[in-house]
Write a protein that binds this ligand. Sequence first.
Ligand SMILES: Nc1ncnc2c1ncn2[C@@H]1O[C@H](COP(=O)(O)OP(=O)(O)OP(=O)(O)O)[C@@H](O)[C@H]1O
Length: 260
Amino acid sequence: MTGPAAAPVPDAPASLDVSGLAFAYPDGHQALFGVDFCVARGERVALLGPNGAGKTTLVLHLNGILTGGTGTVTVAGLPVDKRNMAEIRRRVGIVFQDPDDQLFMPTVREDVAFGPAAAGVKGAELEACVDRALTLVGMAEFKDRPPHHLSFGQRRRVAVATVLAMEPEILVLDEPSSNLDPASRRELADILRSLDVTVLMVTHDLPYALELCPRALILSDGAIAADGPTAALLSDDDLMRAHRLELPFGFDPRSVRASG
Ligand SMILES: Nc1ncnc2c1ncn2[C@@H]1O[C@H](COP(=O)(O)OP(=O)(O)OP(=O)(O)O)[C@@H](O)[C@H]1O
């Protein structure tokens, strides 16, 4: 899982394939209208779009938290459906925006051990798995602390560790840079760059998307409005305006190159 991030291999099977995904909530609100995109193994892709565009709704379909729409989602060729749910949840790890939605055990160690233990990992192997995930996010020394005694940024790192402990093939992050101070924001970017994993990152932090993700998707009104190199999309003033995307004042997207 560690080591330099793999460059996308054009002929490799898609890590994630979303095809014709449409979904209405039980109250009838249609949130997604035929979403199509593929992500290759090892790619890092930003999912951008204004409030209410359907980003969270889309993400919740990637590991079957939401089902019941039409179209298909496959992970390394495996359809996301009831029969495959355990395997899909092992392969697709979602880090929610609020770490408190993810941390519920008395200690950091137990939170990180929870997923692998439920998957049958035990004893020394389980300890090694917890240590590995906490070391990856720089939180090994906090193993015996209660999560609610940690700062927000530290809880975000532990939440990432709970997902990495499952050795996912796809790491989905919802607003990973929100509420982080500049150093923590950069350190999390360094951690994400160091992982050999496919990343889909939902974010309103456009400079962060540019730094981390060579490719971006713009979701707007429940459909993909654009898919291309992040710097090109963020440099397209008409596209940005049409989808309520704004860069910080004076920020030049051409001045940053996403590092692979
Ligand atoms: N449980 C629900 N029932 C009905 N409608 C919902 C529900 N959850 C979300 N929606 C609606 O679906 C649409 C998409 O919401 P979603 O949360 O996916 O957007 P988003 O792109 O993640 O927005 P944000 O950037 O604000 O987080 C919105 O119009 C929202 O009001």
